[in-house]
Design a protein around this ligand. Structure first.
Ligand SMILES: [Zn+2]
Length: 487
């Protein structure tokens, strides 16, 4: 957010909404995602040069990715996610330097190295393919992934949502680099759980149970668990061949793209086992200079014999190593594990206070607002004006299924007038127009009795537009938050 907007909103808030200003200090209500600046990570990636190949906005966060080019021609990759409050999370995959760079909104920096990794260790559980569901081949295949965190891994993160968006992007980058244009991995939702686990095959076999509630709420096809891990870890990550779950070390920036490749039924390097010919061409590739994601994982590519590295060598073999073709063939099945969520999704997940926002473009923004589907949760009708925020109540569950009512705030504004924060169901005009924004906020101070555990669930809202008969769009807020009461 620009300092001008911050100051303008702050001054306005003090004048007119003193109560609101107290509650919202430190929150982000930004009309536009922050512009991407290289200064946040330039010193960490030096002497590599970042060649940006993709830039997009997801839930108000800007995610950029591309290749890192070293002076000696070696290559790596970089994913940078800019959060709503100016914090930066970067997944750095540079030859000789891999890790997670985090810069907080106040400029505090940390770089956590991924540590020793060996992606040729046994790290898979093979399952029969009769589990595959009916699929609809053709067109863009979107595979929805729930990112699961433990409280320990989430506490280490400056911005858990930025981390989840960045990890998902590492796999999309591998697909784009391998010229797979009809497959996209999407962040479906997030769930944070109380306990961390070792990175083992045994944990892999429990992941779908541990994150069952989050998978159901988010309509997730797959689940990717990111744990801190411990001395019992048997690999950097584990994944089913094929299947719906992976588990990996949170500090690894290259494990997820590898393990989800296993979920797509990919295996390591061709020629290691006598029955490998039954699996071709679902292998990664090592051409002597570069190793693709499933066979060594040094370079950000799934194997494709049509793609060449910087030395002119192919990154695949037509008969044995063509993960690009495998992704193309498997994605319709992977995207069909669960029907996708209808409407907008808003992911609200963290172990501290957390805000989530999205925007929608409508012809007459002054006539658009947000209401609850059920009066149990909040207001179900639009109002013409008002100040402050909308109190919302959502019944959430902890890991044991114990229920608690948890309180949230719903705020609305129009893009060009971010100082006009109103209840989410108020249809207040903005003379210069802009997109209509909704922010849902969780404040621990609103929930003093909530026990110090993780709670998850969902809140169903809808967008209403007074200018168009009954126009509406459903909004599902996917919630995973922590209480703070030690009693
Ligand atoms: Zn593997």
């Amino acid at each position: 957010m620009s300092s001008f907007v911050r100051l303008a909103r702050h001054a306005f808030s003090i004048l007119f909404f003193g109560l609101l200003a107290a509650g919202l200090s430190g929150c982000a209500h930004s009309p536009l995602p922050p512009a991407g600046g290289v200064e946040a990570y330039a010193s960490v990636i030096a002497p590599a040069v970042f060649e940006r190949a993709s830039s997009q906005v997801i839930q108000g966060y800007r995610v950029e990715s591309g290749i890192l080019r070293m002076p000696d021609k070696r290559r790596g990759s970089l994913v940078v996610v800019h959060g709503l409050d100016g914090a930066v999370t970067a997944l750095v995959d540079e030859p000789g330097k891999r890790g997670v760079l985090q810069v907080s909104a106040t400029g505090k920096r940390s770089f956590t190295e991924s540590g020793a990794e060996n992606f040729k260790l046994p790290d898979t559980i093979k399952v029969a393919r009769h589990h595959l569901h009916e699929a609809s081949p053709g067109g863009l295949q979107i595979i929805d992934v729930l990112v699961g965190l433990s409280r320990q891994s989430a506490n280490w993160l400056v911005d858990p949502l930025a981390f989840a968006i960045g990890q998902i992007e590492t796999a999309n980058q591998g697909l784009r680099n391998a010229l797979v244009e009809d497959v996209q991995i999407r962040l479906a939702g997030m769930q944070i759980v109380d306990d961390d686990h070792a990175i083992t095959g045994d944990t892999l076999s429990q992941v779908e149970d541990i994150f069952a509630r989050g998978m159901t709420s988010a309509h997730a096809d797959l689940v990717a668990a990111f744990f801190v891990g411990n001395k019992d870890d048997t690999a950097t990550g584990w994944g089913y061949i094929p299947g719906r779950a992976t588990v990996q070390r949170a500090r690894s920036v290259t494990a997820f793209r590898h393990e989800i490749g296993h979920n797509a039924s990919g295996d390591h390097c061709y020629g290691e086992y006598p029955d490998d010919d039954e699996w071709v061409p679902r292998f990664g590739y090592d051409n002597g200079k570069s190793t693709t994601i499933l066979c060594g994982n040094d370079d950000p590519y799934y194997s494709n014999p049509r793609v060449h590295d910087q030395y002119g060598l192919p990154l695949g073999n037509t008969r044995t190593a063509n993960m690009a073709l495998t992704w193309h063939e498997m994605a319709p099945y992977m995207a069909a594990y669960t029907p996708a969520l209808v409407g907008q999704r808003l992911i609200l997940a963290g172990t501290a206070d957390v805000t989530a926002q999205f925007s929608i473009t409508r012809a007459q923004p002054g006539l658009v607002g947000f209401v609850a589907l059920s009066a149990v949760n909040g207001p179900v009708q639009l109002i013409p004006g008002g100040a402050g925020y909308t109190p919302l109540t959502v019944r959430l569950k902890d890991a044991q299924g114990r229920e608690s009512d948890v309180y949230f705030r719903g705020v609305r504004w129009v893009g060009q007038c971010p100082e006009l924060l109103t209840p989410m169901n108020a249809t207040v005009e903005c003379a210069v127009g802009g997109d209509v924004y909704l922010a849902i906020e969780y404040h621990r101070e609103d929930n003093p009795p909530l026990p110090d555990r993780l709670f998850s669930g969902e809140l169903k809202l809808k967008v209403l537009d007074r200018s168009v008969g009954n126009w509406l769009e459903p909004v599902t807020v996917l919630i995973s938050v922590a209480g703070s009461s030690k009693r």
